[in-house]
Design a protein. Structure first.
Length: 311
C-alpha cells in the first residue's frame, strides 16, 4: 500500500501556492512517492481511542493555476499515515483546540504528528517567548489602559501592542505618548478590557525589519530577513513586506540555543523565531511560513530537511 501523508489544513482553494509552506510540504511528499491526503480540521473522528481522518487524495503541481487535483475521497485510520502535518492557520480558537485534542490520540498511538498537538496547545505564539523573557524586549500582558500608559512613559514613549491571538501582522499597532488614538487602540485590541493584550518596548531596529529563524528539531536550520514596506512597521509578506538573505550572528545563535531544548521537549519540531535586533519577539508554531521564499533566495530547502527526518 502506498504510504500516506495527511495534511490537516484549510481548503486548498484558499492558499497562494507560490508562497505557501503547506503546499511546499505537499510537493516534497509527492516527489518522494507519498500519497497526499487533505483533511479539513472538522473531518476528524474518534472511536474509542482510534482516530479516523476523512478527506481526499490530492495531486499537486508547482504552478500558479490548476495547482491541485482532487483524486478520490479517503477515509483512513491515523495509524495508516506515515505522518500527519497540522497546518491549519491561526487563530487558535476552540475549533483548533478540539482538533489538537483529537490528534493527540494519533500521537499517543505512535503516529508522527508535526507539530505535536501537545506542543501546539502549550505554545501561544505571543506568550511562549516569555519563557525566555531575558532575551525578549520588556513586555507586559494587560487589559488596562493605565498599565499601557505607564509602560509607554517608562519606555521612551514608544511601544508595540498586539492581540494575543493575532497572526500575520493583524492588529499589530505602534503606540506613542501623546497620540489621541492610544485609548482607542487599547480598547479595540482588548475588546474594551475583556481580553489581555501584549505590549512590548519599541525597538528602533524594527525599522529594518525582523529576522525569521527556522528551527528544526531544536536546531537552527536557516534565517531570512523580512523588510517592512514604506510607511508600515510590519514586515509580514502578505501586507507588503519583502524578504532578503540574512546572516546568522551571535545573537541569533544564542537565542536559538536557548530555545532549542525547550522546543524539542515540547514536540515543536518546526518553528519560526522572529528576532528584532538581538531580541526575541515571537515563536511561530502553528503553521510556520516563508520556506518557499527562503529556497528562492538560495537558502535551505526546509521541506526536504523535514522529510529527510521521516525516514
Amino acid at each position: 500500500m502506498q504510504r500516506t501523508v495527511a495534511f490537516v489544513m484549510d481548503p486548498l482553494e484558499r492558499i497562494h501556492p507560490a508562497a505557501d509552506t503547506s503546499f511546499a510540504l505537499m510537493l516534497e511528499a509527492q516527489a518522494r512517492g507519498f500519497r497526499i491526503m487533505h483533511v479539513a480540521p472538522k473531518a476528524l473522528s474518534l472511536a474509542g481511542s482510534a482516530l479516523t481522518l476523512a478527506g481526499h487524495d490530492v495531486q499537486v503541481a508547482d504552478t500558479a493555476v490548476d495547482y491541485f487535483n482532487v483524486q478520490s475521497a479517503l477515509r483512513l485510520g491515523a495509524s495508516d499515515c506515515a505522518a500527519i502535518f497540522i497546518r491549519t492557520d491561526p487563530p487558535f480558537d476552540e475549533h483548533y483546540l478540539m482538533a489538537t485534542w483529537l490528534l493527540s490520540f494519533a500521537e499517543e498511538a505512535g503516529v508522527r504528528v508535526i507539530n505535536s498537538p501537545r506542543g501546539i496547545r502549550s505554545a501561544n505564539e505571543k506568550l511562549y517567548a516569555l519563557n525566555f523573557a531575558d532575551v525578549c524586549p520588556d513586555t507586559i500582558i494587560t487589559t488596562s489602559r493605565d498599565d499601557v500608559k505607564r509602560f509607554l512613559a517608562e519606555h521612551g514613549g514608544q511601544a508595540i501592542a498586539k492581540p494575543l491571538d493575532g497572526h500575520g501582522g493583524f492588529g499589530v499597532m505602534r503606540l506613542s505618548v501623546g497620540d489621541s488614538n492610544v485609548n482607542a487602540i487599547v480598547d479595540t485590541l482588548s475588546v474594551e478590557g475583556k481580553k489581555p493584550i501584549l505590549v512590548q518596548a519599541y525597538l528602533p531596529e524594527g525599522a529594518d525589519g525582523d529576522k525569521r529563524l527556522f528551527m528544526l528539531d531544536g536546531k537552527l536550520a536557516a534565517a531570512l530577513q523580512r523588510v517592512p514596506p514604506a510607511g508600515d512597521h510590519r514586515g509580514n509578506v502578505h501586507v507588503g513586506g519583502t524578504v532578503r538573505t540574512a546572516e546568522i550572528g551571535d545573537a541569533e545563535r544564542t537565542i536559538a540555543e536557548r530555545l532549542g531544548p525547550r522546543l524539542k521537549a515540547d514536540g515543536i519540531y518546526f518553528a519560526g523565531l522572529d528576532i528584532i535586533g538581538s531580541k526575541l519577539i515571537e515563536v511561530n508554531v502553528t503553521s510556520p511560513t516563508l520556506t518557499r521564499e527562503l529556497k528562492r533566495l538560495g537558502g535551505a530547502d526546509i521541506p526536504k530537511l523535514i522529510f529527510d527526518s521521516l525516514r
